[in-house]
Design a protein around this ligand. Sequence first.
Ligand code: ASP
Length: 439
Amino acid sequence: MGIKVAKFGGSSVADTIQFSKVKDIILADPSRRYVVVSAPGKRFDQDTKMTDLLLLCHTHLMNHLPWDQLFQVVCDRFSAIAFTLDIGADKLDLQAEYNKIKHAMEDGAGSDYIASRGEYLSARLIAAYLGWDFIDAADVIKFDERGRFLAEETNSILKEELKKHEYAVIPGFYGAKPDGKIKTFSRGGSDISGSIVARAAEAEVYENWTDVNGFLMANPKIVKNPKPIRYISYQELRELSYMGANVMHEDAIFPVKEAGIPINIRNTNEPDHPGTFIQDKTPQECMGVITGVAGSKNFTVIAMHKYMMNSERGFMKRVFSILDSNDVSFEHMPTGIDTLSVVLDNDEVGNKLPDIIEDIKRTLEPDMLEVYDDIAMIATVGQGMTYRPGVAAKLFAALAEQGINIRMIDQGSSEINIIVGVAGSDFEKAICAIYNAFN
Ligand code: ASP
């Protein structure tokens, strides 16, 4: 029987009810042998995530403000779950754990240590609840002195450790440096831990349990009831996440992608839903023309035209060096024979636009230069578009029918992506038009 690694996010372990759903899911399939958990997340909109509470404790401590009561809120949340699930001190001595954390904080443990305790206690609780082994991530997930994740060392240590446990729970989000100090991944990093465990376990699938039924073909805040995506390739996912469609941490893809392990995004609140499979290739029979459409606002496009631009040596190089000297990176740079557009993220540009324009005019002397500072970029993504004629025509016709003016077009060399730039005010209308044209 293959092994499944199941990672449960913050909303899946937010309270007692969620804990019992998690238990049912785990026990429903004996091949779910390794479980990775986040810290409890929000129970309702105005609630605070456990990790944020812990970081707040640390901020108070650093500023010599009282933090006991805040920490008590953390303890009370865990104790309430333990009490309701009948996990007594014989199974898990929570008071001893709280004392250890308090002492470590008083002794100057860093913010990473404190932030990680949500995952630590969450995993301890789940392990006690299931009667499974607990593996501390500090013993198996390794970083170097400078805090860089050590993928290969971790993989061999973790592989050996997993062999000793038929069933085990591992906290997400953190590991340790050579001196034993706790180091966390960036926020949302339990997804990465799950992926690392899946690789070490040589799992047949990495299940990532969250609170949505996987990916949808479009943002449900823009398109009404968009269809779910059953299969998506790693590359398509990368393109859609870049445009803001996000369900999991981007860095979680690499370990399992390398190992050829599919990721299955599932919903803890709807466990019978098959969710989305992220894998190398979508089965041919399940492949639609497009897989999804996503976008984001807040871009600036600098469009220039210069007669004989194509034969002017070093033109591109000068564009790059202008951006470089203004310390701005670019998002896209579609080119024509005598035209070139530079797409910049407005957050990146800040107040540097006048300087960039001035430099371009002086150094490149374009015949025409236009600047659109409120552009939305929309990516229509799908493996199914490759070699299929008429996709672009359909997309552009759909936008034209809605009276939407396209300010920029870019198609990646992989042909799985057509990116258009439209006015920020046309963003939602354009997303709906594209989605409807292909559904
Ligand atoms: N608890 C951490 C966070 O809130 C990590 C995670 O949930 O993945 O970012």
